[in-house]
Structure formats: structure tokens, C-alpha cells
Write a protein that binds this ligand. Sequence first.
Ligand code: SF4
Ligand code: SF4
Length: 452
Amino acid sequence: MSAASEPSTKMRLSVDARYVPSRYNLHLTYRNEQFIYNTRTGAVVHVTDPQVLPFLSSPCEESPYFSDARRLGLVIPGGHDELAELRLKNAIQRFAPTDLHLTIFPTLACNMRCVYCYEVRRGVTMSDATASCVIRFAERLLQSNRFRRLTVTWMGGEPTLCRDLIDRISSDLTAAAAAHSADYSASLITNGLELSEITTARLEDWRVSSMQVTLDGLAPSHDRLRPTATGAPTFARILAALEALVESGFKGLTIRSNLTKDTIESVDEFVATMAPFLRRYEIPLNIVPADNDTGIHPELECSFIDELDFHSRSRHIAEVMIRHNAFFASAPRPHGVACQACRMHAYVISPEGYLLKCNHDINCSAERAVGHVAEDQIEFSRLWSYLGEDVFADPECRECQLLPICMGSCAYLKQTKGVKKCLERDRVFEQMVWTQWMKRQRKEGETDGNHS
Ligand code: SF4
Ligand code: SF4
């Protein structure tokens, strides 16, 4: 080591030797129980020793808590710039050439008429010629990049109305991915009405490993909110198909439930009734407020619960879930970007072949497209409107403790309405602390102690 380098090394060591609390330690209290959730590392700690909080505000290496706190990222070396680290991860994730994700809408036609549905162009279905272009588009990208994974999400309308199209595209994309040494997997977002027509072998051919189906409460509310196109009830039919699906061994099912003013009062009964089924097959339940982000349904505004109303109930819903040992869907975790729209190698493909960045743009595909699967050209200024957004330039986001799990919120809403849809602290508490920590407590059969 040269003499000139010694002073700077010493100086760095002296700075690193001082440990400080992470700026992303979120301190949460519930019924006198204390929790720390570090939003940068995802660590959750139940604090049962009163010495822990003073230690975290002024860490010292001699403390018995030091090694765990260091490992979990609750304390960091004084020279560690967490914001700079997030910024770097954000840049890497936005442009990472490792993953290609396609959300494919084979059709906007649907056999249901959910009252809050934001899709308005029901007559459009992908042609065989466009399907060929989708496959060639993916092949071109696979050729010019070294993706390690190609993932597809099937959405609609109701995608399972186009089973032959999914057969064909899945088979060709699986082969194209294999030819370029990339893994291929898919997920399916379906209303569930056609599920009884789809064998598990076919799902395997599609490589569908995860599926989301919506039940908006029990039959009285679900059938009112999600009838068929002819007005018939759907709850019993979907539930029977789901039972058959999980009985056949499918493991990746999640049930989503949209809360509206119609469903919020019966959510306890819904969870209590569904819990034995959810527990038996370890199916996560994701209860979320139905949104009107596209503004398609001004006439229904009174049915949507506002975020505040939802947050005021979210802990109650979490308690009901825990009481019935129901499984929660995934909680917000640290991630590099707000959503797929902010990633360069992620496209939403409309039935006409338009390349979009966000599902919400599906109603105005031509105007919001960044390209088309049949063409080699990309509209870079539109692409940049998603990719170029710098969340770190926003002073509020820069200071925000939720930044690592939010990354600046929905880009579509910021672009179209100029609003930030902030994550809410209580909701983070509910989803992270109760879902992760309490679930593990239940599994381990423990009642107290320090755990991470
Ligand atoms: S199932 Fe989906 S696409 Fe069909 S009407 Fe309902 S929300 Fe719209
Ligand atoms: S959008 Fe809101 S919650 Fe998200 S990082 Fe910015 S300030 Fe925080």
C-alpha cells in the first residue's frame, strides 16, 4: 500500500467504525407491542426488551444486540449512504438487462360485467397475425439481449376466453426462451368463470405457476358486483372451480377481494367463512380497496371507499385474518422500482399489438403506446416519461421512510392526474408486521421473545 493511500484508508475506517441507526427503521406500536420494520432490508423485529430502542437510537458495538441489528440493517456504519444505495439499485432495476416481462391482453372481451371494471373497449381480440408479431417481437428482444428470464402475465378482459391463442403464444415463447437459455414462467389474472374448462395439464403447458382470482365477498355482494354479462350470479361457480383447481394440486392461487362500500361491512363474515378453505390449501387472501384510478366510473364514486376509510379499517381486517388463521397475500417489500412500468424491459401488449407501459393505458392504446409489436421503432419520449422519472428529485420522497417499499408510487397517476398515491404507514404496519411476524409466530407456536 502506498504511503499516500494510508491516510485516506484510516480516515475511512474511523468513519465506518461509528455505527448509526438506519434512517429506514420504522417504529410501529400496536396495543403496547413495539415493532421495528426496516423498509430498506425488509427486516421485522418484535421488540420485547426495553433496552432495544435506546440501543437503536445510539448503537454501540459492545451491546448484545449489535450483531443482530447489524445483520438486519437496523444499524449501519456511519459512512453508509443508504439513499445513494437505493438510487443505484433503482437505476440498475430500471435498465436491468436480465428480465423481460410481458403483460399480454389477448382480448378485452369479457364474460362478466363487474360494476367497477375500467375496461371500455370490449370488442377487441388479438388476431392470429398479431399473435405472430408478439412472438417475433419477444424473439427479437431475446436475441438482442441476454435475458435470464422471460415472464408473462395474462390479463384481459378475460384472457381464458382465448385459450387457443394462449396455447400458441405460450408454446412459442417457451421455445424461444429455451433457445436463448432464458427461464420462462407465466401468471394468470382471471375472473375464474372458465376455470372448470381448463385442465391442470393445460395450465402446465402454459407454464402458469401463479393465478389471481377475485371474490368480492360472499355470494350476496360478489354476485351484485361481479355478475356475468347476462346478469347471472358467479360466486358459486367460481368457488367450485377454485376448489377443483386446488384439489388437483395447483399451488399458486391467490384470492383478491376488492373492498367497496358494498363489501366493507361484511368483510368479517367473508373472512370467517372462507378461512377453512384458505387454510386447507394455504391460499393467500389479498383484501384491497377497489380503485377508480382511471376515473372511468364517476357515477360510482360513492361506492368506492376512500383510502382513509380503508386505512381506518385495515388493522381490524388484519386482526380478523389472524383470528381465523387466514393467509395474507404478500406485504410490501423493498424493491428497486415502483412497478413494471418503470422498467425498460417490461411491456404491456394490447390485443391490437400496441406496446404500453401500464395496464391502465389499455383504454387508449394508440395514444399512449410506446410502440407496436409489428414495428422495430420505439417512441422514446413516451418510454422516457416512465423510465426517466427521478423519484430522488422529489424532496418528500427523498426524506420518506417508506421510499424503499414505495419508490415514488404509481407513475400512471402521477402522469395523468399529477398526484402521488402515497403508501400509508398504518397499512404498511398491517401488511408487514402482522402478516410476516404474526404469521411466523403462529406457525412456530411461540408467544413472545425477540424475533426477526
Ligand atoms: S372480470 Fe375483469 S375485465 Fe371482466 S368485467 Fe370484471 S373487472 Fe372487467
Ligand atoms: S410517493 Fe409518498 S409514500 Fe411513496 S416514497 Fe414518495 S412520499 Fe413516500
